[in-house]
Design a protein around this ligand. Structure first.
Ligand SMILES: Cc1cc2nc3c(=O)[nH]c(=O)nc-3n(C[C@H](O)[C@H](O)[C@H](O)COP(=O)(O)OP(=O)(O)OC[C@H]3O[C@@H](n4cnc5c(N)ncnc54)[C@H](O)[C@@H]3O)c2cc1C
Length: 642
């Protein structure tokens, strides 16, 4: 589809290459940052691959480019792929139902070894690993469907299986491993050996660039000696092999010393490696998560993944796709919570009617239904696009992770409210007194961590905003330089030859949603709204860049509203595409349209709320208040408590 909005990033990057001095480094304001923050940013930036020039459906929304044809028609799973996955998925479903006691696992804090052995035997630990290495060789969509089954049943098993293959040894090796590494490790981790991923340290959480675990080369350079400690390594206590990120000696880059982070495959039985503490949590009580200590642990050089200094890139790239497992599991959980709520809201009578007939409860269940439908749409749309290698999907996967985990927490909270006191009671207690044993409280405890690990929601928003600003940052220059007079800046926008003199007026032109003739007429207005709103988003972002210049990256709450708008537009359009696909495959159109229309209407209300907050908010006042609090003021807020 050719349009007046064609490839703005491409045009931007052409301009950038013509003026190489205008790099993002000159636009991101590092002047007032501490040396540590500036160095961390520098390292993170150097580990970041530039975004694909064509962008993706979601990334293009930020520059006012709306390409519905990138996600519609729905990328249907091929019959071959479906039938390749079907026997395994059927076996997994039956196995979970008959043999996995999620309540017992939660209460004992242990997963029976038999469950682990059986899951290995059916290939559940190597779903995407090619058959030649002992895996099932299935697609991302089939892996997502497996995660959905697991997520609907038991979060502890989901975490075990997912940490092993989404971030543990299989995924980084599939992406970056040498042939020798794949031949040596993949059959092991596919068939009998659990793996884990060790990045976090006590002082390096969201900002892994500050890690301190060291790996120093031996004098002959054949190996590295590791010293330090990792925290919260999921699966660590069951694992035979780990992916460990460590600091290797710094290198000089452009006259400046740059920290090097390197990824290693580490055998757990190497002398000096120990796991002295098992961590215990609010939920996921059977997680085999622990502290890992390294005292002169010798790791051969050939165990480096992707080369020295490439560790952060390995971690970031692994997570770009690995992040899809959690949202797929969330879809399973939300379907289950919706079912629990649906059943209870129709059975439980209070004030003379089933509680589902009270508006307050109906409203919660409607949100659950709409959001679950949209969650399935964004997650499986993105998974299908991963299978088709449809370009750079890091924005989509980050949106899936952020949006789905936050919505799941809301859904779990609402399901508890719908179940009333029974929602708060444990499954065992309900069973023991003869009531229906439904574990809403366990689901709620277990799902809370999802907005924190594998990239917290805050970090996902920063990550998405960073990519969203990228096309503009590349052009940079006078426009965003708030130290220049506004006149000069405006002249640089509308001056002849400036990129913005062409781009900016187009953000006010009528939006073109593309060919919607194959879309149900009830869905078309939602897509048209998406096209128009992406321009409004692009204008808003541009105006904020004009206002704040390089300091915009500090305006996290403002940026998060723009990220919120784009994520909702993505979810609405994925929902429309998915709804049409379901209608085409014979699902009842009336029902599909009912849920899709409800979701789109509620998403529009959230978008309006986000936009309203960009001009009217209490952000600055709130920030000042918190600095007062952090500085020790407002003592009355600390008195009168134990
Ligand atoms: C159950 C569990 C399992 C885990 N499994 C693993 C694993 O297998 N491997 C592994 O390596 N790690 C693992 N982790 C670690 C997990 O990934 C981290 O907890 C996560 O990255 C956040 O780091 P942190 O807890 O240190 O929080 P911090 O980084 O200290 O952040 C605290 C809060 O501040 C916010 N914040 C931080 N920086 C910014 C910023 N620049 N702007 C705005 N907000 C910010 C965060 O979003 C968060 O809300 C696990 C953790 C838990 C609890």
């Amino acid at each position: 589809m050719k349009s007046s909005l064609e490839a703005p990033e491409k045009q931007i990057s052409e301009e950038t290459s013509a003026t190489p001095e205008k790099t993002q480094a000159s636009v991101i304001d590092t002047s007032k940052m501490s040396a540590g923050k500036a160095a961390a940013l520098d390292l993170a930036e150097s580990s970041r691959d530039p975004l694909d020039e064509r962008g993706s459906f979601a990334s293009n929304l930020f520059v006012g480019k709306f390409a519905f044809d990138r996600i519609f028609p729905w990328p249907e799973q091929s019959p071959e792929d479906r039938s390749a996955g079907e026997p395994f998925l059927a076996q997994l479903k039956e196995y979970l139902h008959a043999n996995v006691n999620a309540d017992e696992i939660d209460r004992s804090g242990e997963i029976p070894q038999k469950n682990i052995d059986d899951l290995f035997a059916m290939g559940a630990f190597a779903i995407k690993v090619p058959k030649q290495y002992g895996g099932l060789g299935l697609s991302q969509v089939n892996y997502g469907r497996a995660a959905m089954l697991l997520g609907s049943w038991d979060a502890n098993l989901t975490a075990l299986v997912s940490a092993h293959q989404s971030i543990g040894v299989p995924q980084p090796l599939l992406l970056f491993g040498t042939e020798e590494q794949k031949a040596k490790y993949l059959p092991r981790v596919a068939r009998h050996e659990i793996s884990a991923f060790a990045l976090t340290e006590a002082h390096a959480g969201s900002d892994p660039a500050t890690m301190s675990l060291r790996a120093d080369p031996t004098p002959d350079g054949s190996a590295f000696i590791m010293n330090g400690e990792k925290l919260w390594c999921t699966n660590g206590l069951k694992a035979g092999v780990l992916v460990v990120m460590a600091q290797t000696p710094p290198k000089m880059v452009n006259g400046k010393e740059r920290k090097q982070i390197t990824a290693f495959i580490v055998e757990v039985n190497t002398p000096g490696l120990d796991m002295p503490h098992r961590c215990r949590f609010m939920g996921l009580r059977a997680l085999y998560n622990g502290v890992v200590t390294f005292k002169d642990v010798r790791v051969p050089r050939e165990n480096i993944i992707a080369g020295e200094g490439k560790g952060l890139k390995v971690a970031l790239t692994t997570l770009n796709t690995g992040r899809l497992t959690i949202p797929a599991a969330c879809v399973g959980l939300c379907k289950r919570l919706l079912e629990v709520s649906r059943k209870w809201a129709s059975e439980r009578v209070q004030w003379g009617v089933p509680i589902g007939q009270h508006y307050a409860i109906a409203g919660k269940i409607a949100e659950m239904a709409g959001n679950t439908f949209a969650m399935e749409a964004i997650t499986f749309l993105t998974s299908a696009m991963v299978d088709r290698k449809a370009g750079d999907l890091r924005i989509e996967t980050a949106m899936c992770k952020m949006w789905s985990t936050e919505m799941t927490w809301k859904i779990a909270d609402d399901a508890m409210q719908v179940r009333g006191g029974r929602g708060y009671e444990t499954e065992k207690s309900l069973r023991d007194r003869g009531d229906e044993p439904t574990a809403v409280e366990r689901f709620l405890r277990d799902c809370r961590i999802n907005t924190i690990f594998e990239g917290s929601s805050e970090i996902m928003r920063l990550f998405i905003a960073r990519e969203a600003l990228d096309p503009h940052l590349k052009v940079g220059g006078a426009i965003f330089n708030t130290t220049l007079p506004m006149r000069t800046r405006i002249r640089s926008i509308f001056g002849s030859g400036s990129f913005y003199s062409r781009w900016y007026p187009r953000q006010y032109a009528r939006a073109k949603p593309g060919d919607l003739s194959k879309l149900h007429e009830q869905l078309r207005p939602h897509v048209k709204y998406g096209a128009a709103t992406s321009k409004k988003l692009a204008r808003g972002l541009f105006h904020s860049m004009m206002r704040f210049g390089p300091k915009l990256d500090r305006e996290q709450l403002l940026l998060s509203r723009y990220v919120g708008v784009a994520t909702e537009i993505f979810a609405m359009n994925a929902t429309c595409s998915y709804a049409q696909h379901l209608i085409n495959t014979g699902k009842p159109a009336e029902e599909i349209l009912s849920v899709a229309n409800y979701f789109c209407q509620s998403a529009k209300a959230r978008i309006a709320h986000h936009f309203a907050g960009t001009s009217k908010n209490a952000d600055a006042r709130g920030y000042a208040l918190v600095q007062e609090l952090l500085g020790g003021k407002h003592e009355m807020l600390r008195t009168g408590i134990v």
